[in-house]
Design a binder for this molecule. Structure first.
Ligand SMILES: Cc1cc2nc3c(=O)[nH]c(=O)nc-3n(C[C@H](O)[C@H](O)[C@H](O)COP(=O)(O)OP(=O)(O)OC[C@H]3O[C@@H](n4cnc5c(N)ncnc54)[C@H](O)[C@@H]3O)c2cc1C
Length: 351
């Protein structure tokens, strides 16, 4: 262990990239550990909502063309009811639409421009405190070695399944409830407007909800149910309905993916950290209704970094500062779930 970092960030998604960018902007030394090989695939619809776009442009610059997919800009969300009626929710009145991106490329661009040292194929394994410092243990898969890095602050930007959150508070973790999301990518076609992201709210297609979008001519659709519930009947019913009502005709399966999400967000049950360990993005519980999570991942990463910068100067408690800074963002996240429930006419996390 030959380096002392101001911060080690675990996870190279938008929350980790934003925290790293803000810290390095203040001249601090940051190491980002990412367990996957970069650029890594991330299950996502890849829609950059207005707030995400504004934060991205302010801190990282204009989103490069190479990151976009076709159609490049989406007009809005089209919510379908069980009767086949729909209502449109435009993304923005004052712009051409929301960027439609591959997350692998967008996230890689963010982290590559964060100013941090980035180590991929590096799996966080554990930590211990040493005075005011944190010693982080990680597995370097390229060299097949366990390594250590010492830092003043540790940031968990690991996404919804956070080892650090579980290590900090096993009691909190036992009460976390989970849902599972499936997303499939096929070559093929359909009659659904590719300039919209389509949400299907009838629970027979998914306890949380089901969705469809087009990315580079791939037909992308998925659904979500509570962990442990049977997902295939929902996915099959959804697929059949898309075939019958929307002319979906699938050819080759290109990718089949799934992930776990948790309901911390919907219940306002955030986990912001302890001592000099901070949680950001989905690890902390930041996720808006209908699974929009990039904006609050970016802003919580920035707030964590701001709290660290302020506390390095003042010696104040970093978690108190971070808690205060995220007050509005946490409130907005909770409000978004209430608004989502209004749109859907039901609880969106019936878990
Ligand atoms: C199906 C689906 C569609 C979505 N669509 C949208 C959308 O269109 N727009 C939107 O705004 N949001 C969307 N979201 C939500 C959005 O993807 C997430 O909220 C956002 O990615 C969270 O960012 P993050 O930085 O907190 O975590 P992540 O982006 O999940 O990044 C976490 C990173 O940490 C790494 N990691 C985890 N554990 C370790 C470890 N032990 N060691 C090292 N690295 C580790 C992971 O490999 C990963 O790269 C969607 C989510 C899903 C599931």
């Amino acid at each position: 262990m030959n380096a002392i970092y101001d911060a080690v960030v675990v996870g190279s998604g938008p929350s980790g990239a934003a925290a790293a960018k803000r810290l390095t902007g203040e001249g601090l030394r940051v190491l980002v550990l990412e367990k996957k090989k970069l650029p890594r695939y991330k299950i996502c619809s890849g829609i950059i909502f207005k707030k995400s776009q504004e934060i991205t442009e302010r801190y990282f610059g204009r989103i490069p063309d190479a990151v976009y997919v076709q159609p490049k800009l989406l007009k809005g969300v089209r919510f379908w009811s069980d009767l086949g009626n729909y209502s449109d929710w435009p993304f923005s009145k004052d712009s051409e639409g929301a960027p439609n991106v591959w997350r692998s490329e967008y996230d890689y661009w963010l982290i590559s421009n964060s100013g941090a040292e980035v180590m991929d194929c590096a799996v966080f394994k554990g930590f211990e405190t040493e005075g005011n410092a944190v010693v982080v243990h990680y597995y370097d898969a390229r060299e097949n070695k366990i390594r250590q890095a010492k830092c003043r602050y540790l940031i968990s930007a690991e996404g919804s399944v956070s080892c650090i959150r579980a290590m900090l508070s096993p009691a909190f973790e036992r009460n976390v409830k989970w849902f599972i999301a499936y997303q499939n990518y096929y070559e093929g076609q359909s009659s659904l407007d590719p300039y919209f992201y389509h949400g299907f709210l009838d629970q027979k297609y998914g306890e949380v909800y089901a969705w469809f979008s087009v990315k580079d001519d791939l037909q992308v659709f998925g659904t979500s149910v509570r962990k442990g519930a049977k997902i295939l009947p929902c996915l099959n019913a959804f697929h059949e309905m898309l075939e019958k009502e929307h002319g979906l005709a699938l050819k080759k399966l290109v990718r089949k993916t799934s992930c776990l999400g948790n309901t911390m967000c919907a219940s306002g049950n955030f986990s912001l950290g302890k001592g000099n360990i901070l949680l950001v993005g989905e690890a902390a519980g930041f996720l808006n209704a209908f699974g929009e999570g990039i904006s609050c991942a970016l802003s919580s990463g920035l707030f964590a970094a701001e709290a660290i910068c302020a506390c390095i100067k003042s010696g104040e408690d970093v978690i108190s500062a971070y808690t205060e800074l995220t007050k509005k963002e946490r409130r907005q996240t909770s409000v978004s779930w209430k608004l989502g429930a209004k749109i859907a006419g039901r609880d969106l996390m019936p878990l």
